[in-house]
Design a protein around this ligand. Structure first.
Ligand SMILES: CC/C=C\C/C=C\CCC/C=C/CC(=O)SCCNC(=O)CCNC(=O)[C@H](O)C(C)(C)COP(=O)(O)OP(=O)(O)OC[C@H]1O[C@@H](n2cnc3c(N)ncnc32)[C@H](O)[C@@H]1OP(=O)(O)O
Length: 284
C-alpha cells in the first residue's frame, strides 16, 4: 500500500505509522500490519480490481492467519484497501470449464481457509468497506463481528448461479442469521442491501465510510481488552466446534459432490451466462 494510503488509514484514527509494524513485506495481495500498543492486526486485502479470491489471495490469507496464531495477536481486523468492494468472492474463472483436480484443489484450499478463520483463537472483525458477495460474505461470516459500509450489498447468489452450496456454508449462514432466514436467503440466492443485512443480523453495524468501519471494528475489539484471552478463545472454540467438526467429518465428501455438480454441463452453462452478464452489465 502506498505511504499516502497508510497515512490516511492510520492518521484518521490517531494511530501513527510508528506505532505499527509491517508484519510481512513479501505478500502480494495483502497488507498486514500490527499495532504495537494493543497487538491488533490489520489485514487489508489489496488484490485489484475487486479482491477476487484467487489462489494467491486465499493462500496469503491462510499463511497470515497461521502466523498471527503463532504471534499471539490480540485481535484481527479483516478489511480491504478498496472503498467500493470488500471482496468479490471466489474467482469465477476457476469455476468455468475447470479441470477436476484443479477445481478440487481450489475449493479445498478455500475450505481450509474458512475453517482456519472461523476457528481462530483471537477475536476477528470484518470491516467491510463495500460489496461482499458470495465468498466475500463467507469471509465476513467467519469473523465474530461484521461492520459494513452503507450502500453495500451482501449475500450468496449460489442458487442463482446454479451452484448448490456445500453444507458448511449453509451451516455458517444458519448459525449467523438463523435457520429460517438462511433458508429464505440461500434458496433464493438473495443479495441484501446494508439495511436488510442489519435487520436480519448478517451484519452487526453500518459504517459511513471505510475509516468509520475500521473505527467501529476497533471499538468491538477494545471490549476484549479486559477479558482473559485463553478463556475467550476456549469459549469461542466450544461455540464454533460443531461446524468445524462437521467439516472434518463431511468436508471431503461434500467437496467431491460440489465438484461433480460444478462440472455438469447445465451448471457450466449457467455460470457462463452469469459471467457474461457480469462483464456486460451496466456499471453504477
Ligand atoms: C465443499 C465445497 C467447497 C467449497 C465451496 C465453496 C464455497 C461456496 C462459497 C459460497 C459460494 C461462492 C461462489 C462464489 O464466490 S462465485 C463468485 C461470486 N461473486 C460474484 O458474483 C460477484 C461478482 N462481482 C460483482 O458483482 C462486482 O464485480 C462487484 C459488485 C463485486 C464490484 O463491481 P464493480 O463495478 O466495482 O467492478 P466490476 O467492473 O464488476 O469488476 C471488475 C472486474 O472484475 C471481474 N470480477 C468481478 N468479480 C469477479 C469474480 N468473482 N471472479 C472473477 N472476476 C470477477 C469483473 O468481471 C470485471 O472484469 P472486467 O470486465 O474488467 O474484465
Amino acid at each position: 500500500m502506498s505511504t499516502y494510503k497508510y497515512a490516511t488509514l492510520f492518521l484518521a484514527r490517531n494511530i501513527s505509522v510508528n506505532q505499527t509494524r509491517t508484519f510481512f513485506s513479501n505478500l502480494k495481495c495483502l497488507d498486514v500490519t500490527i499495532n504495537r500498543e494493543n497487538g491488533v492486526a490489520y489485514v487489508l486485502m489489496k488484490h485489484p480490481p475487486v479482491n477476487t479470491l484467487n489462489m494467491q489471495l486465499i493462500s496469503e490469507l491462510s499463511l497470515t492467519l497461521s502466523n498471527l496464531e503463532k504471534s499471539k495477536c490480540q485481535g484481527m481486523i479483516l478489511s480491504s484497501i478498496f472503498d467500493k468492494v470488500f471482496c468479490s468472492g471466489l474467482d469465477l474463472n476457476e469455476l468455468l470449464k475447470p479441470k477436476p483436480e484443479r477445481v478440487k484443489g481450489y475449493f479445498s484450499t478455500f475450505q481450509e481457509l474458512v475453517i482456519q478463520l472461523y476457528g481462530s483463537s483471537f477475536p476477528t472483525v470484518a470491516a467491510m468497506t463495500g460489496h461482499s458477495p458470495a465468498g466475500g460474505c463467507v469471509l465476513g461470516m467467519c469473523c465474530e463481528y461484521r461492520v459494513m459500509k452503507k450502500n453495500s450489498q451482501i449475500g450468496i447468489p449460489g442458487s442463482r448461479m446454479g451452484i448448490a452450496l456445500p453444507r458448511y456454508i449453509v451451516n455458517l449462514m444458519s448459525s449467523t442469521i438463523g435457520l429460517r432466514n438462511a433458508e429464505l436467503m440461500l434458496t433464493k440466492g438473495k443479495i441484501l442491501n446494508t439495511d436488510e443485512a442489519l435487520k436480519v443480523g448478517l451484519i452487526d453495524e453500518i459504517a459511513n465510510d471505510r475509516t468509520d468501519a475500521i473505527r467501529k471494528a476497533e471499538d468491538f475489539l477494545k471490549e476484549y481488552e479486559m477479558i482473559a484471552p485463553l478463556a475467550r478463545g476456549i469459549t469461542k472454540r466450544i461455540i464454533r466446534r460443531s461446524i468445524i467438526e462437521d467439516v472434518k467429518m463431511n468436508g471431503a465428501a461434500d467437496l467431491e459432490n460440489f465438484v461433480s455438480v460444478i462440472m455438469l454441463p447445465e451448471v457450466q452453462e449457467k455460470l457462463d451466462m452469469y459471467m457474461y452478464n457480469l462483464k456486460n452489465r451496466k456499471r453504477d
